[in-house]
Ligand binder design. Structure first.
Ligand SMILES: [Zn+2]
Length: 247
């Protein structure tokens, strides 16, 4: 019985390691909706992929011109686009992303532009020939409609090119309480009313300081210069130490 259990544990560990190895050290294409999605959900993984000899590419569907809730002065959408584009360029350097393709589609309205996003993401993927695609799962992490649309597009690209697809997940510790915070934080218009969170299959231990540096690049999105405002300490710790994915 003990021998059986040990071999089962070994089998589980090996299969988790195999799945991780399908991400790390590869040509990775990350497909997101807004500048900062990459940093919140996969900064550590992107950096580790680079460290393990892989290359990183990013498609970001919008320049997040609606994300002005933490900007104290009045700002036009055009200026905010410019600022967020520059912030994303800083992240590109820190995380060693070889190329960022910004699609400049309208923030908050991706569902209506999913076909355009699909077509342009597919063209880009055909050009760079990634081995793995990373993006949102069906929960869209926060239930944001743009995230859900970007996830559907990314999965469609992966399916079309017959590539493995890995979806971002929140840490299990966080999901049990995430809805309460998200309801407080969300402006209801852009979010679906209910979420059932995707269950992660494996985790990647990450470099906390790199993730903090990436998040700090998105200055326009920080509330009082803090990353993760309003999250309890255990959640911040979970989000900064490990990133979770499912197949
Ligand atoms: Zn987003």
């Amino acid at each position: 019985m003990v021998a059986f259990l040990l071999s089962y544990v070994r089998y589980v560990i090996l299969s988790v390691m195999k799945k991780k190895n399908k991400i790390l050290g590869k040509k990775l294409l990350v497909i997101t909706a807004h500048p900062d999605d990459e940093s919140y959900l996969a900064a550590g993984t992107i950096f580790r992929n680079y460290q393990m000899g892989g290359t990183n590419f990013l498609v970001c569907a919008t320049y997040g011109e609606k994300g002005k809730s933490h900007i104290k002065k009045p700002i036009t959408q055009k200026s905010l686009k410019f600022i967020r584009k520059r912030e994303l360029q800083k992240v590109k350097k820190i995380l060693h992303i070889s190329e960022v393709l910004g699609l400049n589609l309208p923030d908050g309205n991706l569902t209506q532009h999913a076909d355009k996003m699909y077509f342009r993401s597919l063209m880009f993927a055909k050009k760079i020939k990634p081995e793995v695609i990373l993006g949102f799962g069906s929960d869209g992490i926060t239930g944001h409609y743009d995230h859900k649309s970007a996830g559907r597009v990314a999965r469609k690209v992966a399916k079309q090119l017959k590539l493995p697809y890995f979806a971002f997940c929140l840490p299990p510790k966080v999901t049990s309480q995430a809805l309460d915070w998200l309801i407080k934080k969300r402006s209801v218009k852009h979010y679906s009313s209910s979420i059932s969170f995707d269950e992660p299959i494996f985790r990647i231990k990450i470099n906390t300081s790199i993730k903090k540096r990436a998040l700090r690049c998105h200055v326009s999105q920080l509330e009082n210069n803090n990353i993760f405002t309003g999250y309890p300490d255990f959640a911040v710790k979970a989000l900064l130490e490990v990133e979770y994915f499912r197949v």
